[in-house]
Write a new protein. Structure first.
Length: 354
């Protein structure tokens, strides 16, 4: 589910009580003794990358203009909320972040604002995907200058819908900086042999896999493992994070709903790291109940972002055509549905409790 709706997928391959609510949202604390962790490759570039990440919403000023400006002022509060609730990192200006609907300057300012607010307490990956390869290269260099930890991109969008084109695009974009590069596989069925070729590229050291075919994904992993190259994998389908962890290959998750129920995903990660899948399952079920409710709002992505307003971090509406303004009556109905799920799922004004 990660990147807002199931039909917003790109290309890879061919082509209860307040106390209960507080528990669900509380920061994750390390276990006594050596801390259990999800599988993480060796190497400095991977340090601190395990756990739950938000595919961060880009906040806009909430008004009905089609060119509503980015609300940079709220970003530090979002960062503090994520840290307090146990997230390990943020993925910026991806699909959830409406990256393709932002200007180059807006995206760069978002990178700089997040890096400045995080002060090293969160890892930062910048999605630099653009329609043109040249624009993606420029954005990758700007993201590196902004101080992000890694860069990432979807494969070519609209144009270049062949493997050869995707390979050429990824090679150029991934080599535009010295930063590690994360392939973003989203949408189409993964083709192991082709994905393997992308993963062999010099600066490519991981993949955000927003898919559900763990067999073909595993086939690709085995081919790469045979070469001795280390790579990190993030689960991108929010409703299947625990399923992904059961494969033993994923180091973390990056998703949309991590924005507003970060404590739940942090808890899933904590328990999965201890191989306590039975204890983690109820948390995944909580997440799925919320996701199921949100799927019913298909047609206006602003209602996903409205959950941020519900928890006390108003990120405005989606930028057209991604989202449209909603009426206050519709928002009230939305809030009622969220409240009906219970505070052990999503807590009203949760950000005010950090």
């Amino acid at each position: 589910m990660s990147e807002i709706r199931l039909n917003r997928r790109g290309f890879l391959g061919t082509a209860a009580a307040a106390s209960i609510g507080a528990m669900a949202s509380a920061p994750v604390h390390a276990a006594q003794g050596p801390a259990a962790r999800l599988p993480l490759p060796e190497g400095k570039m991977f340090e601190g990358f395990d756990g739950a990440w938000a595919a961060m919403f880009t906040p806009f000023v909430r008004d009905e203009r089609i060119d509503a400006p980015v609300n940079y002022d709220i970003i530090p509060s979002m960062v503090e909320y994520f840290i307090a609730r146990g997230l390990k990192g943020v993925y910026l200006t991806g699909s959830t972040g409406e990256g393709f609907l932002l200007s180059h300057d807006e995206r760069v300012r978002i990178y700089r604002t997040v890096v400045g607010a995080a002060k090293g307490r969160l890892k930062v990956i910048a999605h630099i995907g653009c329609f043109s390869t040249a624009d993606a290269v420029k954005l990758a260099k700007a993201a590196a200058d902004a101080g992000v930890d890694w860069v990432s991109s979807v494969a070519p969008v609209y144009f270049g819908q062949s493997f050869k084109a995707a390979y050429d695009h990824y090679k150029i974009v991934s080599e535009a900086t010295d930063l590690p590069f994360l392939v973003y596989s989203v949408g189409k069925k993964i083709v192991p042999a082709e994905a393997f070729e992308l993963m062999k590229l010099k600066n490519v050291h991981g993949m955000k896999y927003t898919g559900r075919d763990y067999f073909d994904f595993g086939c690709m992993c085995r081919k790469l493992e045979a070469t001795g190259k280390s790579a990190i994998y993030f689960a991108g389908a929010d409703e299947q994070v625990l399923n992904a962890y059961a494969t033993g290959r994923f180091s973390g998750c990056i998703g949309t709903s991590d924005n507003f129920i970060p404590g739940i995903y942090a808890k899933i990660c904590e328990l999965a790291a201890k191989n306590d899948f039975a204890a983690a399952a109820p948390y995944q079920e909580k997440a799925c109940r919320l996701i199921e409710m949100l799927f019913a709002t298909a047609g206006n992505d602003s209602l996903w972002k409205a959950v941020m307003r519900y928890i006390g971090l108003d990120c405005g509406y989606g930028r057209r055509p991604s989202g449209r303004p909603y009426t206050e009556a519709l928002y009230a109905e939305h809030c009622a549905r969220l409240a009906a799920l219970g505070e052990d799922v999503v807590r009203k004004d949760d950000a005010k409790f950090i």
